[in-house]
Design a protein around this ligand. Structure first.
Ligand code: ZN
Length: 174
């Protein structure tokens, strides 16, 4: 597992670079590293800049775990040079955390549904429609590639609570 950099590290604020040679061993190793790191950290997604690699690549890996007990199950997917090519008019607020902002949760507005395009780890262009929690993960990870963190998206600082309060309010009692 590679160390995850945290809020305050300037790499998290950079605009990440496009990847042109997906088959390069360095990029394939980076994908493996991200997959292992997100699994070990109980994350549902991780972007390359979070392990100090400023490339347009992230993993979406929704599955139920102690940090997100109600997350839907999916195969961890590497998304390279991703784009949002369309979105719903509906915006919904939901709770998010971030491995780079430990101890804090925020109630963040995101598009309810998005149409996305990305290149997969085999170099194949993929188009998908994502909704609800998985659409939220994608939008959160996509922001990392542009140097944006979920705390930047909060409508109010009152939409921010600690992990302990979050667990008590929304996880332990449900
Ligand atoms: Zn994050």
């Amino acid at each position: 597992m590679t160390p995850i950099i945290e809020l305050g590290n300037p790499i998290l604020r950079q605009h990440a670079s496009l990847i042109d040679k997906i088959q390069d061993q360095d990029i394939q190793n980076l994908i493996e590293d991200l997959m292992a790191t997100v699994a070990q950290a109980n994350g549902v997604g991780i972007a390359a800049p979070q392990i100090a690699a400023s490339y347009r690549l992230f993993i979406v890996a929704s599955r139920p775990n102690p940090r997100y007990p109600h997350a839907p199950q999916m195969e961890p997917t590497a998304m390279i040079n991703p784009k949002i090519i369309g979105h719903s008019t509906e915006v919904v607020k939901g709770w998010e955390g971030c491995l780079s902002v430990p101890g804090i949760r925020g109630f963040v507005p995101r598009y309810q549904a998005i149409a996305v395009e990305y290149t997969d780890r085999n170099g194949k262009l993929q188009q998908q429609e994502l909704t609800d929690f998985v659409a939220r993960i994608f939008q959160h990870e996509y922001d990392h590639l542009d140097g944006i963190l979920f705390v930047d998206r909060l409508e109010s600082t009152q939409d921010m609570i600690t992990e302990q309060e979050y667990q008590q309010r929304f996880v332990n009692n449900t």
